[in-house]
Design a protein around this ligand. Structure first.
Ligand code: SF4
Length: 432
């Protein structure tokens, strides 16, 4: 049988789709590209925003409309957090929660035998162990994302993730070691450690986040260790010192801030103040001189006044982030914020998002311009377009350079000569 997987959402979902792919291939399925004809279509859903839910529904309906004889499987965060909404989609033949993904081959056989809809969405439990299949490869050529943590205990007032993902669970270090060795053996020189609340790693197992980073740092064949999104208050002085001791760790930190205004942070139930975040940024820049800081910022959260927004905007500029990921607040059913007063009209959210994005573009341009004249080491990853290769530095500067030599998978010195058209700088390969 042929199967195709549509993945919505974050790197953790992409990792789980890869694990599903390898599981199906072990069971004799051929996994084809999503736009190809298949007997089974799997939609690995996201529910972080209302738009994500809408995209999930559209994809499920489209799969069945275009392939009426196929089996459509709906899994992922939308199915887990809102099983009733998932069941309301008649086009979904099989509905799977996260804890049932490993049973997919058996449930496909059950559906084929009895032709009856299959729904398996067991709720997450408090003492649930870390489960899920492992990966040996990833759909990128140079960098492999490896999930080490699942779940979140935070319940930020706007966020539906803890309801979809359950409590913090950490991958045992022995299993992580085996998985990292497997991807290194497949030629991946860079690994990205990811999770739902990555820096909460070990809260359930007595291990610590630095334990996992040190382990990745020790694997032969892996030259770069990159980190997914981090929570500010998990990055204590001791954690920063431990991370600074990992020589393969990339100096690129994506630390979710959400707002630069303390009144808004309080209503979001975030566990730090703007001043504490600023102090953290200073400590990281001291410990990792060339590091870059990027962040998530939400605009238009309920009760955010014009002054609150202006304060947040000024704060983002004062930190001098190298990139901003901007999200207009999206009301999620069942979250505390959904019941808070002061929800703002879409027009206001869109205006604030446009201004924050404009600032983000200016900060990005400043970062790129500051790199001109520098010589940087770039790990080239994608196949060339018209002889132009693209790659990233350790601090995640995207660089394009022309070469007649195959640069894929190679780490090369490049002199930055200018800002590129797209989201990158351009440079010339330095003679070794
Ligand atoms: S830390 Fe907050 S925003 Fe992040 S997943 Fe947990 S509840 Fe959601």
């Amino acid at each position: 049988m042929n199967a195709a997987i549509y993945t919505l959402g974050c790197k953790v979902n992409q990792y789980e789709s890869q694990a599903l792919r390898e599981l199906l291939e072990r069971e004799g399925f051929s996994v084809v590209a999503p736009d190809e004809d298949a007997d089974v279509y799997i939609v690995n859903s996201c529910t972080v925003t209302a738009v994500a839910d809408q995209k999930t529904r559209q994809r499920v309906r489209r799969c069945k409309r275009e392939h009426p004889d196929s089996i459509v499987v709906l899994t992922g965060c939308m199915a887990q957090a809102f099983p009733k909404d998932a069941e309301a989609l008649p086009e979904a033949d099989i509905i799977l929660g996260h804890r049932s993904q490993a049973q997919l081959p058996a449930l496909l056989a059950e559906y084929q035998k009895f032709g009856k809809r299959v729904v398996r969405v067991p709720a997450h439990e408090s003492k649930e162990p870390f489960t899920g299949a492992r990966i040996t490869t990833f759909d990128e050529r140079t960098r492999a994302c490896v999930k080490i943590e699942d779940g979140c205990n935070r319940f930020c007032s706007y966020c539906v993730i803890p309801y979809a993902r359950g409590r913090v669970r950490s991958k045992p270090l022995e299993e992580l070691k085996a998985e990292l060795e497997a991807v290194a053996a497949k030629g991946y020189r860079e690994v990205v450690l990811i999770g739902i609340n990555l820096s909460a790693y070990g809260q359930d197992s007595g291990k610590t986040f630095p334990d996992a980073v040190r382990l990745a740092n020790s694997i032969d064949g892996i030259d770069r260790v990159r980190l997914g999104s981090l929570e500010p208050d998990h990055l204590t002085d001791a954690v920063i010192d431990a991370l600074a001791g990992c020589e393969k760790l990339c100096g690129q930190f994506h630390i979710s801030l959400q707002s630069g205004c303390d009144r808004t942070l309080k209503r979001m139930n975030r566990r730090y103040t703007a001043a504490e975040y600023r102090a953290l940024a200073q400590k990281l820049r001291a410990a990792f001189p060339d590091c870059t800081l990027t962040t998530d910022v939400m605009v238009g959260f309920c009760g955010e006044t014009d002054d609150d927004f202006e304060e947040s905007l000024r704060f983002m500029e004062s930190i001098g982030f190298e990139k901003l990921h901007v999200f207009p607040y999206s009301v999620r059913e069942g979250t505390k914020a959904a019941a808070l007063p002061g929800h703002l009209p879409k027009r206001v959210k869109d205006e604030r998002a446009a201004r924050m994005l404009q600032l983000g573009d200016e900060l990005r341009k400043r970062f790129f311009t500051s790199q001109i004249g520098q010589t940087v080491r770039v790990l080239f990853e994608s196949a060339p377009k018209e002889g132009v290769y693209t790659g990233y530095t350790a601090n995640y500067l995207p660089v394009q350079a022309k070469s007649d030599e195959d640069l894929c998978g190679k780490e090369i010195a490049v002199r930055v000569t200018g800002v590129g058209n797209g989201d990158c700088v351009i440079g010339t390969v330095c003679e070794n």
